[in-house]
Design a protein around this ligand. Sequence first.
Ligand code: UDP
Ligand code: MG
Length: 143
Amino acid sequence: MTIQMATNRTFTMIKPEAVENGNIGAILERINAAGFRIVAMKKTQLSADSAGTFYEVHKERPFYGELVSYMSSGPIVAAILEKDNAVADFRALIGATDPTEAADGTIRKEFAESKAKNAVHGSDSDENAAIEGDFFFTEEERS
Ligand code: UDP
Ligand code: MG
């Protein structure tokens, strides 16, 4: 039997169109107001290779090529966030993948342009939160 420890951490990115549109501050404000603590954060730009690796789980899906070119098209903000029930609570805060299906008050409802350009990433499990945080941050960059 494997005991899965709840990590209380999730990983997010503010995606290129949200950075381009000047929404870093407004989105961080929403994250802060929802009770998440920032453990690590950086503004950076993914190469196409790095974006391809990050989204490798989607490589058989029809939107993969477009997703990789979009996510490497401009700077992003990557962050590790901490809160009780972080993964599920952050998914609730960002809303559905397609902003036309996202609930009122969610970050994607307010800031996303489309299903592809949907403003923010949020990890879908504790395991992926750890993998994705490790992709961007060293141990020394977390506090
Ligand atoms: N995506 C897309 N078209 C789709 C589904 C997803 O362009 O039909 C993009 C979108 O940017 C999404 C990302 O691929 O955020 C990852 O897809 P996933 O199904 O994991 O959605 P998420 O977990 O981000 O809600
Ligand atoms: Mg996902």
